[in-house]
Each structure stands twice: as structure tokens, then as C-alpha cells.
Design a protein around this ligand. Structure first.
Ligand SMILES: NC(=O)c1ccc[n+]([C@@H]2O[C@H](COP(=O)([O-])OP(=O)(O)OC[C@H]3O[C@@H](n4cnc5c(N)ncnc54)[C@H](O)[C@@H]3O)[C@@H](O)[C@H]2O)c1
Length: 352
């Protein structure tokens, strides 16, 4: 290679999966470590850039940068959310890619699939919250919404709550419920998966852990269904009636200040003056660093809302890159062979 050549790795989702990167324990560990680094000011985390193409459907492409100062890596996630894709095209809602650069010379080191890391990050954050906030002996988990986030959430929840032995699923589509079960039951033969035929109440009543992961914008989860002692992980937008949060003893967010200007249930309540900062018990990193305690009694109802923190995505993507790269996976692509005016034939090729 010419001394001014620049190369980077290209890693597809299959490259990542084949090299053992679909590893929720790794994602959980990396996310916790990144939250501690954030508390120690070792992260640069600017606002994300949002471009919404359809306000009604919230079709959007977002650009989320972050820098891990200790690791000397700057990354960006380019993520599309197209909620109508599953119904309209039988395609996934969310797709993403990452660019990772080193910050000594500022050159890119990787362009890679981001859908896997992104979905694993959402699930890892829910699982970390459950680790501190769900009852240890939680056995029943109930889902409203059975799409990609929900499936990944189940995998991560089982890492931190291995006693889970019953999983109930309520989607608006019975086909989605069946697909959820078809995808997960071979991985967990010891778990009893139950399709509720769209009955959200049947999925939730009596469950120790509740998860809503829908593309709906409606109060689907009712407060009366949430038993004392339950832990709730809220993933989508507006999915639960306000009384759910109001009856919870603790509300924890991945980052409350970010939640205040988004479209989640808690954000709506804040905008309407029903919820204020003093109602929020903690941000998740405060539980990880033990600044605050998690669950204190068996009866507490606890609400967790994550909107997504780009530095966690970048940290998980970097861990994946390191694992895949050490297995020589992917392709090495050339960004440039040399600097612009060093090309020997530049005089013939430049258009003047
Ligand atoms: N919090 C975060 O960090 C984060 C990150 C990524 C995605 N999300 C959000 O998570 C949600 C789910 O994303 P996904 O990738 O799993 O989408 P998906 O399309 O794969 O799954 C959504 C599921 O919700 C179901 N659904 C829609 N309306 C419903 C209703 N009224 N009742 C029951 N089920 C209903 C759909 O049938 C579908 O199976 C989206 O709102 C997405 O924007 C949040």
C-alpha cells in the first residue's frame, strides 16, 4: 500500500453474526462500562440529527454521533425508522449502519451493519434496567408488540433473569405473534411461549416483567393490568396510559433530559405538565455506578423508558468490530490509494 493509502473494514451483518457478535452478554457488559465512562466525562455525545419525512407515520432517518475518548474512537450511527415497512412491504422497520473512525489521524476504520448492534443496544438497556429493577425471581414476562425489538428484548431479559419460564405475547397481528414464537421457541425449549391472539390484558396480567414494543401511538397498556412488584420496560412511542407511570413507585430513564423532548408517553406527560423532573427517580447510569439503589421492596412497580443513547450504540459497534476484526472477518476496502495529486495520471483525468 502507498504510504498515503487509506483502508477500512467493511462488515456485513452476516460477518458479525458468524464471528460471535450476536452476544447479548457482551452488549450488556459493554453498555454498563460505557455508562460508567459517561459519568466520568469520557464520552462526547452531541445531539442527534433528525430528519422526519412523514409526521403522521414518523418515517425518519437519524444521524447519531458519539466519541469514546478512552478508546479513541468516534462513530456515527445512520439509522432509518420506517414503521410502515412490515405491513406495506413485509420488510423490517429499522435498518442502520455505522461508520467508525480512529481519532489520531481521523481516518475511518470500519463501515458496518448497524441493525444488529442497534437492536442489541435497545435490548441490553432494558436488560440492564431489569437487572437493577426487576424482581430476581421473575418468572413471567408479557409483551405487547412482537416485532424485532421485542424478540431481541426477550433474549437480553433471559440473560439477566434466567428464571423466566413463561413468555406471553400480544400483537395486533396473530401472524406476528406466531412469528415471535417460531423465532424464539427453538432457542428456549425450557420456556412456555403463549400466543394471546391479540389480547394485551392476557399477556400482561400477573406478569413480573412487562414490555411494550409496538409501532402504535396509543395507550395500549392499562395501569390496572400491572401487578404490584412488576417491572415495565417501555420501548416504543406512546404505548401506555398515563396512569401506568403515575402508579409506579420509581420511574427510571436511560437519560431523562433526552426523554423530555421526544415522543414517548413520559415525554407527552412532561409536555402536558403532568410529570416533572422530580418524579424521575434516576437515569440508568446512576444505578450502574451505585449512586442510587435499584429495587428496594417486592411490591414496587417500576417503569423504565429508554430513548436510545448513541454512545452506547457506538460502544457496542466497536466491541463487535474488535471481535470480528480479530477473526479477520469482512472485507478490506480502499478509500484511497494515495492523496489526490499523487495519482500518477491525475493530469489526464482532471476535468478543467
Ligand atoms: N427506545 C429505543 O431506543 C428504540 C429503538 C429502536 C426502536 N424503537 C421503537 O420500538 C418500536 C418497535 O420497533 P420494532 O423494530 O420492533 O418494529 P416492528 O415493526 O418490528 O414491530 C412492531 C410490532 O408492533 C405491532 N403493533 C403495532 N400496533 C400494535 C397494536 N396496536 N397492538 C399490538 N401490537 C401492535 C406490529 O404488528 C409489530 O409486530 C417502534 O416504535 C420503534 O420506533 C425504540
Amino acid at each position: 500500500m502507498h504510504k498515503h493509502g487509506v483502508q477500512f473494514s467493511y462488515l456485513s451483518q452476516e460477518d458479525l453474526i458468524d464471528t460471535g457478535c450476536f452476544d447479548l452478554r457482551m452488549a450488556i457488559e459493554v453498555a454498563e462500562k460505557a455508562m460508567l465512562a459517561y459519568e466520568q466525562d469520557k464520552i462526547l455525545f452531541p445531539e442527534k440529527i433528525v430528519q422526519i419525512f412523514n409526521q403522521a407515520t414518523q418515517e425518519r432517518i437519524n444521524c447519531l454521533p458519539a466519541t469514546l475518548l478512552d478508546e479513541k474512537i468516534c462513530g456515527v450511527k445512520w439509522v432509518s425508522v420506517f414503521p410502515r415497512n412490515p405491513e406495506k412491504y413485509a420488510e423490517q422497520n429499522l435498518s442502520a449502519l455505522f461508520v467508525l473512525s480512529e481519532i489520531e489521524k481521523g481516518f475511518p476504520i470500519a463501515v458496518m451493519d448497524g441493525t444488529l448492534a442497534s437492536n442489541m443496544r435497545v435490548a441490553a438497556m432494558g436488560a440492564i434496567a431489569a437487572k437493577y429493577l426487576a424482581k430476581k425471581e421473575s418468572e413471567i414476562i408479557g409483551f405487547i408488540g412482537g416485532g424485532e425489538q421485542a424478540k431481541m428484548h426477550f433474549l437480553a431479559m433471559r440473560v439477566v433473569r434466567p428464571a423466566i419460564k413463561e413468555c406471553r405475547i400480544a400483537d395486533k397481528s396473530v401472524e406476528a405473534e406466531q412469528e415471535f414464537i417460531d423465532h424464539l421457541s427453538p432457542l428456549f425449549p425450557d420456556v412456555n411461549f403463549i400466543a394471546t391472539h391479540t389480547h394485551a390484558k392476557a399477556a400482561i396480567e400477573g406478569a413480573d416483567i412487562l414490555v411494550t414494543a409496538t409501532s402504535a401511538q396509543a395507550p395500549l397498556l392499562k395501569a390496572a393490568w400491572m401487578k404490584a412488584g412488576a417491572f415495565y420496560s417501555h420501548i416504543g412511542g406512546w404505548e401506555d396510559e398515563y396512569e401506568v407511570a403515575q402508579q409506579c413507585e420509581k420511574i427510571v430513564c436511560d437519560d431523562w433530559s433526552t426523554v423530555t423532548h421526544r415522543g414517548q408517553t413520559l415525554s407527552r406527560m412532561y409536555a402536558e405538565g403532568i410529570l416533572s423532573s422530580k418524579d424521575i427517580y434516576a437515569d440508568l447510569h446512576e444505578l450502574v455506578s451505585k449512586l442510587k439503589v435499584g429495587r428496594e421492596t417486592d411490591d414496587e412497580r417500576i417503569y423504565f423508558n429508554a430513548v436510545g443513547l448513541a454512545y452506547i450504540d457506538v460502544a457496542i459497534a466497536l466491541a463487535m468490530y474488535n471481535r470480528a476484526h480479530s477473526s479477520h472477518a469482512g472485507q478490506t476496502l480502499s478509500l484511497q490509494d494515495c492523496m489526490i495529486f499523487e495519482h500518477s495520471d491525475i493530469a489526464q483525468k482532471v476535468r478543467l
